[in-house]
Design a protein around this ligand. Structure first.
Ligand SMILES: N[C@@H](CCC(=O)N[C@@H](CS)C(=O)NCC(=O)O)C(=O)O
Length: 204
């Protein structure tokens, strides 16, 4: 399998965290990809019309995207403990937690594009503030309502770990740990796992 990937992409990292946790990371060939809304990677576009990473090419030629679809597929091809709970409210709670983690990543990536790519005199501060407000309310919701299940390993906590890692990388001045002991503890514990260490964007 071939994965279009960038070490700084939180969505791509989410996929590789899951692959490590599932014990199948070695089956994935990484294609380092530089893609952005301004310049799409030429090798990627024929496979993904959205030009986004992560994108996964299977041995039989099928192509999968986005991170949710890829994660669900990878979880279906290993024999270990499943990372998507199979049924009932456990499953839907994990999926909603995934949606919150993904939502934090969406807001953080879009804000990063706004700040890093758009000319300074065209940047829209109210829009940036609106995205940051989403990140804050999402973190507060995780802290208050989802704490009990967060320390467990499932697709929801994987997505949240990838999101927190991205905040660390791109928003070093944003103190997301303040008044959030549950998330702080969860991230500290997750960060010691091989899946997080191997996918750490600061890894040399
Ligand atoms: N919903 C998608 C989001 C993927 C995404 O936004 N990836 C970014 C990199 S972090 C990207 O490829 N951006 C290029 C673009 O927007 O054209 C997923 O879960 O995979």
């Amino acid at each position: 399998m071939k994965l279009w990937y960038a070490i700084a992409s939180p969505f791509a990292r989410k996929v590789m965290i899951l692959a490590h946790e599932a014990g199948i990371a070695a089956q994935i060939e990484i294609v380092d990809t530089a893609t952005s809304p301004l310049k799409t990677d030429a090798s990627l576009l024929p496979h993904n019309p959205l030009g986004k990473i992560p994108t996964l090419l299977l041995e039989d030629g099928h192509v999968l995207f986005d991170s949710r679809v890829i994660c669900e597929y990878l979880d279906s091809i290993h024999d270990g403990e499943k990372l998507f709970p199979q049924s009932g409210m456990d499953r839907y709670n994990a999926l909603v937690t995934q949606s919150i983690g993904d939502g934090i990543m969406d807001a953080a990536v879009l804000t990063r594009y706004e700040k890093a790519m758009r000319p300074e005199n065209k940047q829209w501060q109210e829009w940036i503030d609106g995205q940051m407000a989403k990140i804050i309310t999402a973190l507060d919701t995780l802290e208050m309502w989802r704490g009990a299940k967060l320390p467990e390993m499932h697709i929801g906590s994987i997505s949240v770990a990838a999101a927190l890692g991205y905040l660390e990388l791109r928003y070093p001045d944003f103190d997301w740990r303040k008044d959030r002991p549950v998330l702080t503890q969860m991230y500290a514990t997750f960060s010691k796992r091989t899946s997080m260490i191997e996918t750490d964007p600061n890894k040399g």
